[in-house]
Design a protein around this ligand. Structure first.
Ligand code: GLA
Length: 400
């Protein structure tokens, strides 16, 4: 009897832990990140305005729930070594901000680093993991971006430091998603989920440009897509390849995204980033000033048919089935049995494309819905048409 009781308790425990793990980032987190627009000066006034703008623009309704408060919010530690916010930037404190965001249907992400100091030189969490995790939980934090500046280069230390903060978050009494941000050199897709992270950045910081041709450090949209395309097998519910910020709406005007010749992208390029990050299940986080966002950016961010791919509960990252000098074609299955395909024209001029679905492993005829035109464009076993330079066509295919 006692044995049965122990077994039952064990099963219950495993089920509870499983349910808890499953619930964390079951689909890719979506939101807005402060780093590009606010960099050194995130503050409660601007963040609240941004959150209100996200509600008013329909972004929250479309699924962008998080404000990801990035670096430079910290004001050191108090006399009990509790991490505190800069009182000038956050006079009401972070808890008040989290309460506000929760009251309008949003969530709050925060930022720290696996070293004594962050990338911006602010107080970070090494050796204070448990204490900081408890503080974050007491503030009502929902997500932690954990950076890796000022930390040793070897992979074993990285695994250990991410593992330590993940444990601390699990023990904190609150569900806090962990976003690993070590930029890719230690291949976090190999160990990030095991260390307890729900996502990992795959590259160095994205810039507001299509392609980095000079190898200066910041990467462009297609560099990220190309990298993530090879990492499909590592991605799934609760473990996402993270492509960094969406750059639509920036137009080369502001912030770190403009470094390394981030001079801005065409609308087609911004639309391609949204399309391909959705196909590849990257977390989606806008980075332009939502208060002044142009209509084109809003249209890109709030395309609910594209977002539905990113948030599909099957959580299967698209595979790149065709890669030539001119085009890439991606395919992914969806939870209801449909497939999504994306056709990217990488060349510098418009191209006429012809895609036989059998080449992609899809036999038979399909109803084809264009997810940017929002209409069914036919029933066929192939698609042909024009794709503009750096544009991505995205179709949802339903078997007929
Ligand atoms: C690193 C990260 C960026 C941003 C800055 C903040 O560069 O990769 O995304 O968080 O630090 O200092």
């Amino acid at each position: 009897m006692k044995f049965i009781k122990i077994c039952f308790t064990l099963i219950l425990f495993v089920q509870i832990s499983f349910a808890q793990e499953k619930k964390l980032a079951a689909t890719p987190p979506m939101g807005w990140m402060s780093w590009n627009i606010m960099s050194e000066n995130p503050n409660e006034k601007d963040i609240k305005e941004m959150a209100d703008a996200m509600v008013n623009s329909g972004m929250v309704q479309a699924g962008y729930q998080y404000i990801f408060l990035d670096d430079c919010w910290q004001g050191g530690r108090d006399n009990k070594n509790n991490i505190i916010a800069d009182p000038k930037k956050f006079p009401s404190g972070i808890k008040a901000l989290a309460d506000y965001l929760h009251s309008i249907g949003m969530k709050l992400g925060i930022y720290s680093d696996a070293a004594p100091l962050t990338c911006g030189g602010y107080t970070a969490s090494l050796n204070f993991e448990d204490q900081d995790a408890k503080t974050f939980a007491s503030w009502g934090i929902d997500y932690l971006k954990y950076d890796y500046c000022n930390a040793p280069e070897d992979v074993e230390t990285a695994k250990k430091r991410y593992g330590t903060i993940a444990q601390a978050l699990r023990k904190s009494g609150r569900d806090i998603v962990l976003g690993i941000c070590e930029w890719g050199p230690r291949e976090p897709w190999n160990w990030g989920a095991q260390a307890g992270g729900q996502s990992w950045r795959t590259t160095y910081d994205i810039r507001d440009k299509w392609l980095d041709v000079e190898g200066q450090g910041g990467v462009g949209i297609y560099n990220v897509v190309d990298k993530m395309a090879g990492l499909a097998s590592f991605s799934g519910p609760g473990k996402w390849n993270d492509g960094d910020m969406l750059v639509a709406g920036l137009h080369g005007t502001k912030g770190p995204s403009s470094a390394f010749k981030g001079v801005g992208c065409s609308q087609a390029e911004y639309q391609s980033q949204m399309s391909l990050y959705s196909m590849l299940n990257s977390p989606l986080y806008a980075s332009c000033d939502i208060r002044k966002m142009d209509n084109e950016a809003k249209t890109i961010f709030t395309n609910e048919e594209i977002i539905a791919l990113n948030q599909d509960i099957l959580g299967k990252q698209a595979e790149r089935k065709i890669k030539t000098d001119i085009c890439d074609v991606f395919v992914r299955p969806l939870a209801n049995g449909d497939f999504a395909i994306a056709v990217l024209n990488k060349s510098a001029s418009a191209q006429n494309a012809k895609i036989n679905f059998t080449e992609l492993g899809l036999s038979g005829h399909y109803q084809i819905r264009d997810l940017w035109q929002h209409k069914i464009i036919g029933k066929n076993k192939m698609w042909s048409g024009e794709v503009k330079t750096h544009e991505t066509k995205v179709f949802r295919l339903k078997k007929v």
